[in-house]
Design a protein around this ligand. Structure first.
Ligand code: ATP
Length: 217
């Protein structure tokens, strides 16, 4: 199992956001994480990545229990197995796209892989923007750049938080198609948090979060 969440408890301001929550994602089985605003999608992503710690329960990524290791152990598991596309993209504004991707590889692996970067830029249709800084890119290009940044470390699990919500119809369709194509090409399993109904027909596996008490659909 690539991702397992078992008996998760997590409380915010004394309100239980997750209580006895379970989830299992097999390698190659892409999932949407859906639910209304405030239902806990971003919190679950942060728990899965080890950026937050559960009060109770286990979160296993590729068999490694995030809760059983130190913060640096969680960082290592995240670096080795997970690529994250944050809602706010988090590209370094002073660096051009190519430098952003090289930096991501160096920080994560200590080495760079220029051929992989070139292949991803090509695959995502942004090779011609390699020397552009984030503020010089369109929203669709920046979103694809953030996907490239998440994939440069060859993760097994790619987690994306609302990757299409800010995009118009054609860009949203393009980004959704590219996520699925890259997943196939680079052997990545997708977990996509969204409230964008346009994605639902493309992903048969959906985990539905509701307010407060959560159940896997
Ligand atoms: N650091 C925090 N301090 C206080 N409350 C928080 C904190 N982080 C999240 N919350 C609350 O926890 C709940 C879940 O938030 P979360 O951002 O995970 O939801 P979401 O489903 O991702 O929402 P959205 O779709 O709006 O991004 C919300 O009620 C939010 O206000």
């Amino acid at each position: 199992m690539l991702l397992e969440v078992e008996n998760l408890h997590y409380t915010i301001n004394e309100n239980p956001l997750f209580s006895r929550f379970n989830l299992a994602i097999e390698e190659g089985n892409h999932h949407l994480l859906v639910g209304p605003s405030g239902s806990g999608k971003t919190t679950l992503i942060n728990l899965t990545c080890g950026l937050l710690s559960p009060e109770k329960g286990a979160i296993r990524v590729a068999g490694h229990d995030m809760a059983a290791v130190s913060e640096s152990g969680r960082d290592k598991i995240r670096r080795e197995h997970i690529g994250i596309v944050f809602q706010t993209l988090r590209l370094v504004s002073a660096l051009d796209l190519s430098a952003n991707l090289l930096l991501a590889q160096r920080l994560s692996r200590g080495t760079t892989d220029a051929p992989l970067i070139a292949s991803l830029l090509e695959r995502l249709g942004i090779a011609h923007r390699a020397k552009a800084k984030p503020h010089q890119m369109s929203q669709g290009e920046a979103q694809r750049a953030a996907i490239a940044r998440a994939l440069v470390t060859r993760p097994r699990l790619l987690i994306a938080d609302e990757p299409t919500s800010a995009l118009d119809e054609s860009n949203a369709q393009q980004v959704a198609d590219l996520l699925l194509e890259c997943a196939a090409d680079y052997g990545v399993t997708l977990l996509i948090a969204t409230h964008d109904d346009r994605l639902k027909p493309l992903f048969p596996n959906q985990i539905a979060l509701t307010d407060h008490m959560l159940k896997a659909a």
